[in-house]
Design a protein around this ligand. Structure first.
Ligand SMILES: Cc1cc2nc3c(=O)[nH]c(=O)nc-3n(C[C@H](O)[C@H](O)[C@H](O)COP(=O)(O)OP(=O)(O)OC[C@H]3O[C@@H](n4cnc5c(N)ncnc54)[C@H](O)[C@@H]3O)c2cc1C
Length: 478
């Protein structure tokens, strides 16, 4: 550390208790104190930090905003937390339809800036007000608009990455097509800080659709909702959003926001269409509204003003915080299945919740088959932890058996690492381990994330009990 402190600006290495505590957690309630926190301000500093950590075999966990929902950013093997959130410069290159961004830029800041120039960066994780572009790339973040526009990966055109030995990789660039050898850039996207540190990205921009409108549909049963979603695609529509909330989520949000929820409304979907032609967008939304009524909707509301759009979205945007406030602890899962399997998934998750006597709120991106079962429980109650472990395992198995997988957008981190082999198979897992060794032979970058812990230290049955959860942690602290 002394060698390193001479290379960095004064006060760069912080070891005070308050700072270490601030960097000990993400949004899963897991907590583990690092030994030091270093804020990097440039690529050269990132190089020095990694080189020194690599020579001294010190673990490094790169951190953007720390909004991970998987334990990915919790320093479970201690070492250094490398905070890159101050590396937040970016510039829009309009003639090439790209934005060049450092990793610490907040997603919403970048989006507003490009929209002011008539351009559009569509990936919209619900955490966009605080998450960073580097974190979004490292988790391949998705969002509500992914159903039409795709996820973060679809917008990355170039990356600069620092490897543990300080080497710099320049991958891709300011161009929109690339068939030049292996696309190593795509290995970095979604690698959760285990292969290298992203110091710069080139992101694709598209023209901003000038008109968007929103439809809220209430249903008597969540299963009918799922069939209605499939119907939208069968009729050839391409909405930019199809978000689902079940009764459990709606009740908790209604309680938190203090609005009345009718007895007959057991599920809600929000559908949004956008485009360049207002008449066409309104026409599409009107036809989808009629289709929803045919599919058994109990209420259909098309927003007439921006204020009405805001009111419709408020319920969906408030769900994470409302759920967090409703129970001592919350575990957010993130599974994805083929869209046609959503009705079975929803039914089975309900069955699993009932069988274990657990509160599981279900919401998410129904248009992508990507739903978030949210377990509401108390970490101080070992019996409840056991039930959550069993139910999560059953839900993961269910998703895989339905032809889906473990994560649509949040990644693996620590909370799903024991199930990775079930999802990808032994040979793929072995190849992933080999890739990790090639990039990071000393295993200093975010160790013990993504990959199952070997030697039976953590088994599937007790995968939560073995993690450093802290039941005192309040999930909604910023
Ligand atoms: C309320 C709420 C809503 C959310 N909604 C969504 C959603 O809709 N869609 C979605 O996909 N996710 C969502 N998330 C999860 C989370 O916000 C995303 O995973 C986000 O991409 C993480 O960004 P971050 O800057 O907070 O990264 P962090 O949490 O700091 O880090 C996440 C991972 O990325 C790595 N990392 C960060 N920066 C770099 C870098 N420069 N180089 C290499 N590795 C790096 C870290 O080591 C870690 O493994 C939500 C979270 C919350 C709390």
């Amino acid at each position: 550390m002394q060698v390193l402190s001479r290379q960095l600006h004064k006060g760069a290495i912080q070891t005070g208790k308050t700072v270490l505590e601030k960097y000990s957690y993400d949004r899963t309630s897991q907590m583990s104190l690092p030994q030091a926190v270093i804020k990097a301000h440039s690529e050269v500093e990132v190089q020095s930090i990694l080189r020194s950590a690599n020579e001294n075999m010190i673990p490094v966990v790169t951190r953007g905003a720390g909004s991970s929902l998987t334990g990915a950013v919790v320093p479970i093997t201690r070492g250094i937390v490398l905070d890159v959130s101050d590396m937040d410069k970016f510039s829009v290159v309009k003639q090439d339809s790209v934005v060049i961004a450092e990793p610490g830029v907040k997603t919403s800041v970048l989006q507003s800036a490009v929209e002011a120039k008539g351009l559009f960066y569509p990936p919209d994780p619900a955490s966009l007000e605080f998450s960073t572009i580097g974190g979004n790339i490292a988790t391949n973040a998705g969002g509500a608009r992914a159903v039409k526009y795709g996820v973060t990966r679809d917008y990355v055109r170039g990356l600069t990455v620092v490897l543990p030995d300080g080497q710099i990789l320049n991958l891709g660039g300011r161009y929109h097509k690339n068939s030049t050898g292996y696309q190593l850039m795509h290995l970095i996207i979604g690698s959760e800080g285990t292969l290298g540190v992203i110091t710069k990205s080139v992101l694709r921009l598209i023209p901003l659709p000038p008109y968007t409108n929103t439809l809220r549909v209430m249903f008597r049963s969540v299963e009918t909702t799922s069939e209605a979603v499939t119907g939208i695609f069968e009729k050839g529509f391409n909405p930019n959003t199809i978000e689902l909330m079940d009764r459990v989520s709606l009740e908790i949000v209604a309680n938190d926001l203090d609005f009345n929820l009718s007895e007959e409304h057991n599920a809600m979907i929000i559908i949004e269409c956008d485009g360049t032609d207002k008449t066409q967008v309104d026409q599409d939304l009107g036809t989808i509204a009629a289709l929803m009524q045919q599919k058994g909707a109990s209420e259909v509301v098309i927003a007439k003003t921006e204020k009405e759009r805001h009111i419709i979205w408020n319920a969906r945007r408030s769900v994470s915080d409302a759920l967090a406030k409703s129970a001592p602890n919350k575990l957010v899962e993130d599974i994805v299945v083929p869209r046609s399997k959503i009705p079975v998934l929803v039914q089975e998750v309900r069955g699993i919740a009932e069988a274990h006597g657990l509160a599981i709120a279900l919401f998410g991106h129904a248009g992508d088959g990507n739903l978030h079962p949210n377990f509401l429980f108390d970490l101080k109650n070992p019996n409840e932890i056991q039930k959550v472990e069993k139910a999560s395992k059953e839900i993961f198995e269910l998703a895989i058996n339905l032809g889906g997988t473990l994560s649509g957008e949040h990644g693996i981190g620590t909370v799903k690492r024991q199930f990775l082999e079930d999802a990808v198979g032994t040979n793929v897992l072995d190849l992933m381990r080999s890739v990790k060794k090639l990039f990071d032979p000393n295993n200093i970058l975010n160790p013990q994330k993504i990959f199952p812990v070997e030697n039976g230290k953590q088994d599937k049955a007790g995968f939560l009990s073995d993690l450093p959860f802290n039941s005192e942690y309040n999930d909604i602290v910023e």
